[in-house]
Design a protein. Structure first.
Length: 271
């Protein structure tokens, strides 16, 4: 067997968790990531028949039975993933019963996956129903997006329009807009179900006064979505109190959609 720490998927997870902590997106043990893997990616590094232990998932994910996931651990700090990945990460497989995760590697201190794994699994299911190539669910707490949810009207149309108007690339990167949820208790199936429902329409969901749920086909795509939303939110928070001399108009946004052939939320523009 090859050393799992040399696996490309492991390198991706380590790079992203380290970078997200550096950027302040995931303070303390805040935030979590799950990366869905194919057996062909895992088998060169692990004996997939060797189950170390089983852990209840807290959710019936039978539709994902047999799927492999690399998942950040509960109570773990992103800053520690780089120095001790085997403690702070785990590689699991969803058992045939759907309510059990089979641990194949990691959580070596006896720990477990993030408490938001049910929300992740629900969102994976939702995204796979509209994009069979989706593989990543990423949750974090970026400063300016959090601040924006405290002072801005929290409807999908209003938030999306504001983010689109902040910088040219916004509508290009997330033409479908962003989903929005009111404040809810985290770590519950209720917020997971609500997020998953939004994920059928949006690749980004804002949790008011909590953070962002993003998804993608790759780690780069999921992170790229999040950092673009955060950059736009930063622009808004920096200049919201100042007179707006130059703005991106709805006509400008329409021109961008035509230039880049975007499938965008037409009802989010006033035309």
């Amino acid at each position: 067997m090859k050393d799992i720490l040399t696996a490309p998927f492991m390198g991706e997870m380590i790079r992203h968790t380290t970078n997200m902590y550096r950027l302040g997106y995931d303070e303390r043990n805040g935030g979590n990531i799950s990366l869905m893997l194919d057996e062909s990616e895992v088998a060169p590094y692990l004996d997939t028949a060797n189950v170390l232990r089983t852990i209840p998932t807290g959710f019936d994910a039978a539709v994902l039975a047999g799927k492999y996931f690399l998942v950040t651990g509960t109570g773990k700090y992103f800053k520690n993933v780089e120095v001790d990945p085997e403690t702070n990460l785990g590689l699991i497989r969803i058992a045939p019963d759907g309510v059990t995760a089979e641990l194949l590697w990691g959580y070596k201190d006896g720990g477990s996956f993030t408490s938001e794994l049910p929300a992740h699994l629900m969102s994976h299911i939702a995204r796979l129903s509209v994009d069979p190539e989706n593989r990543v669910i990423m949750h974090c707490h970026p400063d300016y997006t959090l601040a924006m949810t405290g002072v801005h009207e929290m409807t999908e149309r209003a938030v999306t329009r504001t983010l689109w108007q902040q910088m040219t690339e916004s509508i290009v990167v997330f033409p479908e807009g962003v989903g929005v949820l009111p404040w809810m208790v985290c770590g519950t199936n209720a917020i997971g179900e609500a997020t998953a429902e939004k994920m059928k329409q949006y690749r980004i969901v804002l949790w008011t006064l909590h953070g962002i749920y993003g998804c993608g086909r790759t780690m780069d795509e999921a992170f790229g979505l999040i950092e673009t939303v955060e950059k736009a939110a930063k622009q808004y928070m920096i200049k919201a109190h100042l007179p707006q001399v130059n703005v991106i108009t709805d006509a400008d946004l329409l021109a961008l959609t035509e230039r880049f052939n975007l499938n965008y939320r037409k009802d989010f523009l006033d035309l």
